[in-house]
Design a protein around this ligand. Structure first.
Ligand code: CP3
Length: 338
């Protein structure tokens, strides 16, 4: 929370995107007891348990609520399912469907997720920050339009170009629902929240401003109107040079950096406030000296300013928990010596 306020911490706090997940045997065990992935998200006992697993094992400085960004389209009745090996599936929406789309009551539809948040804040150590989250409107819209993940989000980009009005309405509805959802998470006990724009990298600069930055700013503004001072991290994966104006354009306290962001550029971005990232997630698979060198480079360049250490995207199922342990130990030993 200090780093989100722009202060420098040594060693820097660390958590990992997707820190609860299939690379952990204890997660796979709990996952096997749930009917489907969404059942896991909507069962507070199980969702709280898998959230706590990586905290117990690695002692991360932050826990992130176990849920998914697609609970917002699920609350909008878009028939969200997760097929084993296929990723998410939704009923694809068209312009008529967007016309008929109504604002969901997130507090009632997502009540089990909010219960998980409350339970987590009670069960976590006081020094562990609890992060809530939502998807950014652009990323959520890409799944709602295509009905699934696609390599470059061509369906959503084409839809936006052909149906500008309907697309704006869709982004507005998602932003409004997401802001209400984040406020509810803060009320339930989340200390700060992150907005995931995982598909920001497929947008050209004009579209980035209109579809990525502006809708995220709307969420930030709506959340802060209700909860002044709420701390918000915005992660626009693949945004590249568009990150230069992203913090100012959105009002986020910290900006997430994926692993392709050059550290020279990251140093520039850190002059305006906290940055979060940006180790290549595959280092958690490969490990070894190469991992240590990559960690040291980030600490050398960004460790003297407000930094939240993280990966540049979610940890993968192939990651070796021993490498995560090595990462945490390296950061804490180096940080203490600095
Ligand atoms: O970070 C955490 O540990 C908290 C939990 C979390 C999940 N998804 C759990 C999950 C968070 C923060 C997310 C966010 C999310 N979900 C994003 C944004 C971040 C990113 O990774 O880019 C996106 C795009 C989604 C949508 C989504 N959910 C996809 C595309 C998939 C399938 C891909 C995959 O990895 O299987 C999911 C499923 C999902 N969400 C899993 C987990 C642990 C794996 C499913 C399982 O365990 O059966």
């Amino acid at each position: 929370m200090d780093v989100l306020s722009g202060r420098t911490a040594t060693p820097p706090p660390i958590w990992l995107m997707r820190q609860a997940g299939r690379y952990l045997p204890e997660y796979r065990k709990v996952r096997a007891t749930a009917k489907g992935f969404l059942d896991l998200c909507y069962t507070p006992d199980l969702a709280a348990e898998v959230t706590l697993q990586p905290i117990r094992r690695f002692g991360f400085d932050a826990a992130i609520l176990f849920s998914d960004i697609l609970v917002i389209p699920d609350a909008m009745d878009r028939n969200v399912r997760f097929k084993e090996g296929e990723g998410p599936l939704l009923d694809p929406i068209d312009a008529d469907g967007i016309d008929r789309l109504a604002m969901p009551d997130v507090r009632s539809h997502l009540a089990p997720v909010l219960q998980t948040v409350t339970r987590l804040r009670r069960d976590l150590p006081v020094e562990t920050t609890l992060l809530g989250f939502c998807g950014a409107p652009w990323t959520i819209a890409t799944y709602m339009i295509a009905g699934r993940g696609t390599p470059d989000q061509a369906p959503a980009r084409l839809f936006a170009a052909r149906n500008a009005k309907a697309f704006e309405r869709l982004l507005d509805l998602i932003a409004e629902a997401s802001a209400a959802y984040l406020v509810a998470q803060l009320d339930a006990g989340a200390d700060a929240v992150q907005i995931f724009d995982s598909w920001a990298g497929v947008l050209g600069d004009v579209d980035f401003d209109a579809y990525a930055a502006r809708p995220v700013k709307r969420i930030v503004d709506m959340v802060r109107a209700e909860r002044p001072g709420a701390k918000i991290i915005a992660f626009a994966k693949g945004a590249g040079y568009n990150l230069k104006t992203y913090r100012q354009a959105t009002g986020a306290d910290a900006i997430g950096l994926d692993w392709t962001v050059p550290l020279d550029f990251a140093v520039e971005l850190q002059k305006d406030g906290a940055v979060q990232g940006n180790l290549d997630p595959l280092k958690m698979v490969s490990g070894g000296d190469d991992l240590d060198r990559a960690v040291d480079r980030i600490l050398d360049r960004l460790g003297n300013g407000p930094l939240i250490f993280n990966l540049g995207h979610g940890i993968t199922p192939e990651a070796d928990p021993a490498n995560v342990e090595r990462l945490v130990a390296r950061i804490r030993s180096r940080g203490a010596a600095a």
